[in-house]
Design a protein around this ligand. Structure first.
Ligand code: BGC
Length: 718
């Protein structure tokens, strides 16, 4: 380490004083450095290379790549950084990795975090992840995902905040803030519309209306822009134009209207994808199109490396265009302080990992993100001293971590079985475990042992789900059933007559129609991560009460997808007895569980909400009193929904405008006051202008999105 530090002190741009976040200063320093660079060195800053078996550090030594991806090993990262700093100009590397839900300590996935309706939780976890990853040498992360997802067939739904634009906005911003606080540059991705891929098929084209684009898909990006922020293009085509060639999106909207002057990075080989998408005829043209559209860094297609210098020499791209992109990359590096601080000592990385603070936050997050979907006859919390634990996901550390594991390792994780055993050891409860089948669950030969375990116990906890490869990128599904014979296992266990608690480990809402008839209690634990078993046991045994609510509408069957509670008003709203209204002939129109739904171990009563004209510049105030009527303390997520009765564009039948988490003791009441500004009542037009139209608005406050909108308010003209 001493050698490394000494050589760093001799580097040309090792200046005094931190530049972190000082963007004006960064721009000046970037300009000075730019003036010393050859064309090849400039192009190098726009090239990202990745760690694989073929990787050689030669490219870094000659300044041929300004950023790297897929490095998660601190020693390898340090080596790469050292090589880059030994290049002619000693420009440090951006070292990026997807930190979707942590680095070594894995938190619940983003969709789960959104279920907490607590953006501060997401901000804290992002900051903790950054603080764990930074000592390993990372300085950039390809997160947060700002996409809005409404189709559970799309495997990447688990990486998003679900279907709601307000939650997506709040959580994306919170995570970006958290990463910045922890010293990593965040990446808002995937710009834009990726969450609406046709038919839920990953990478398929996206066709969305201007209204949907402006009001649903763009706001989370806009809300999260800030210092040291980068934006990643999507692999997809938006309304006929690939993101990486989309001058409207990248030029007019992002850089123009929003004034974003940071780095735009392509998604993985997305520049090469322009050829497959039929927009570029060859790689040279793809390079030109992407650079001119505003893509600064080429992630892994190698096309900028192969063609940009020649294209510039031939005058087909201008030096100004290249300089603009390089300037942004260098400014980010200066703003991150990479020139001013030595890279971390890799031998220190482990000390920052899996600390008690990280584990405690991960465990608390599982408690705040697992959604109790059903609890008939008060099966939960568990009282029994004799418990069967069954199923392929009960003792399965690998799958519970979920996709995008970064540096997360199964050996660090606490499984559901381990969490239950640990708890049972304290109370003297007996635990009988049977795996029943593997995750594919094609072979039912282990069912009998599971049924035996169930028969000799008072309650059975069955842990079912989908393996982690079934979720995330390239994991679209055409069905939503539990893979294999898991439903049959559930039925065999139910036949014992013993109460069943179903814990679901999955990245999307699975088809729970059969399960909802056989399991009196259902807990959706998503992919709960490293501390999954502890957090789930805390809830099952009632040491903590669940509080999370669904950030998605949970469909009954796949035919209902895409599904969201905020659909636009139609000429034929659903009426149960009327054929020619918005409905299916063979399926209910309502989801199995609505957006915003989730139970706890107590009951809350809501008063009729009251809406009054706002004071001090507010448009309206809505107040509602919530009372804990049960015998246990609990946390309720109070949700305020709104409808604009008449507007110049068709509006959603309902949309979430505010939410609040409140903790209430048994018998306690609290009045929640929601203050709405005029802007909250408006919508974005086709050009992204906010329009607020006077007229009547309806509000409803309650425990989920089925709440009636009975409180009427008239907004006067300004
Ligand atoms: C994904 C991105 C990710 C990138 C690097 C791509 O295939 O779409 O979300 O950041 O890979 O891992």
């Amino acid at each position: 380490m001493r050698g490394l530090l000494t050589s760093l002190l001799l580097l040309p741009f090792f200046a005094a004083g931190p530049a972190f976040g000082q963007t004006a200063d960064s721009a000046v320093r970037a300009e000075a450095l730019l003036g010393r660079m050859t064309l090849e060195e400039k192009v190098g800053q726009l090239v990202m290379t990745g760690f694989d078996e073929a990787f050689s550090t030669d490219i870094l030594e000659r300044g041929g790549a300004g950023s790297v991806i897929s490095f998660n090993d601190p020693a390898a990262i340090a080596r790469a950084q050292e090589k880059a700093r030994a290049s002619r100009l000693g420009i440090p590397l951006l070292i990026g990795l997807d930190l979707l839900h942590g680095f070594r300590t894995l938190f619940p996935m983003p969709l789960a975090e959104a279920a907490s309706f607590d953006a501060e939780l997401a901000a804290r976890n992002a900051e903790l992840a950054a603080r764990e990853a930074k000592p390993a040498g990372l300085n950039w992360t390809f997160a947060p995902v700002a996409d809005v997802a409404r189709d559970p067939r799309w495997g990447r739904m688990i990486e998003t905040n679900g279907e709601d634009a307000l939650l997506a906005r709040d959580f994306t911003r919170a995570r970006a803030d958290g990463f910045r606080r922890g010293g990593l540059a965040p990446t808002l991705k995937h710009f834009a519309g990726y969450g609406a891929v046709s038919g839920g098929r990953d990478y398929d084209a996206v066709s969305v209306s201007d209204f949907e684009l402006q009001n649903i898909h763009l706001p989370p990006f806009r809300a999260a822009l800030g210092p040291i922020t980068t934006v990643m293009t999507a692999l997809t085509v938006l309304n006929g134009m690939p993101s990486s060639a989309n001058t409207q999106l990248l030029g007019t909207t992002l850089r123009g209207k929003w004034g974003f002057d940071g780095v735009v990075v392509s998604d993985w080989k997305a520049i090469g994808g322009l050829i497959d998408q039929g927009i570029a005829q060859d790689e040279a043209e793809a390079a030109r199109i992407a650079l001119k559209a505003g893509v600064d860094i080429d992630m892994m297609s190698g096309i900028y490396a192969r063609y940009l210098a020649a294209e510039a020499a031939a005058g087909r791209v201008s030096i100004q265009e290249i300089d603009g992109a390089v300037r942004r990359v260098l400014a980010l590096k200066f703003a991150l302080g990479l020139f001013d601080t030595p890279p971390p000592d890799p031998s220190e990385a482990d000390r920052a990992a899996l600390t008690p603070e990280l584990r405690a936050a991960a465990r608390a997050s599982v408690r705040d993100t697992s959604v109790l979907l059903r609890n008939e006859d008060g099966v939960l919390p568990l009282r029994s001293g004799n418990i069967a634990v069954v199923g392929p996901f009960a003792d399965n550390a690998f799958d519970q971590l979920g996709p995008h594991e970064a540096r997360g390792m199964p050996e660090d994780a606490v499984t559901v079985l381990e969490g239950i055993r640990e708890h049972a050891a304290k109370t003297g409860a007996r635990v009988h475990y049977a795996e029943a089948c593997d995750v594919a669950c094609e072979d039912a030969s282990g069912f009998e042992a599971a049924v035996d375990a169930s028969r000799t116990s008072e309650v059975t906890i069955v842990v079912l789900g989908e393996k982690r490869e079934h979720s995330g990128e390239g994991a679209s599904r055409a069905t939503l059933g539990f893979p294999g014979k898991q439903d049959e296992l559930l039925e065999a266990l139910a036949a014992t007559g013993k109460p069943i608690v179903l814990v679901v480990i999955a990245g999307r809402p699975l088809d729970l129609r059969r399960a909802a008839e056989t399991a009196p209690a259902i807990l959706m634990a998503w992919y709960p991560g490293t501390e999954g078993g502890h957090g789930v046991a805390d809830l099952l045994f009632g040491d903590h009460a669940p509080s999370a609510k669904l950030p998605i509408s949970w469909p009954r069957s796949v035919g209902q997808a895409p599904l969201s509670y905020d659909r636009l008003a139609t000429a034929r709203p659903y009426e149960p007895a009327a054929r020619y209204t918005q409905r299916f002939l063979d399926e209910k129109i309502e989801p199995l569980f609505p957006f915003g739904f989730g139970l706890t171990y107590t009951n809350f009563r809501y008063s009729t909400p009251v809406v009054t004209p706002g004071t001090d510049g507010a448009a309206a105030n809505v107040s509602v009193t919530v009372t804990n009527e049960g015998a246990r303390a609990g946390t309720e997520i109070v949700q305020l929904y709104m409808r604009d009765d008449v507007a110049s564009r068709v509006q959603p039948v309902k949309r979430l405008v505010r939410y609040a988490r409140i903790a209430l003791q048994p018998g306690e009441s609290r009045t929640v006051e929601f203050v709405l500004r005029r802007d909250d009542l408006g919508f974005f037009d086709e050009d992204g202008h906010l329009i607020v139209e006077p007229g009547t608005f309806r509000f409803g406050a309650g425990p989920d999105s089925t709440v009636a909108l009975d409180a009427i308010f008239t907004l006067a003209p300004p």
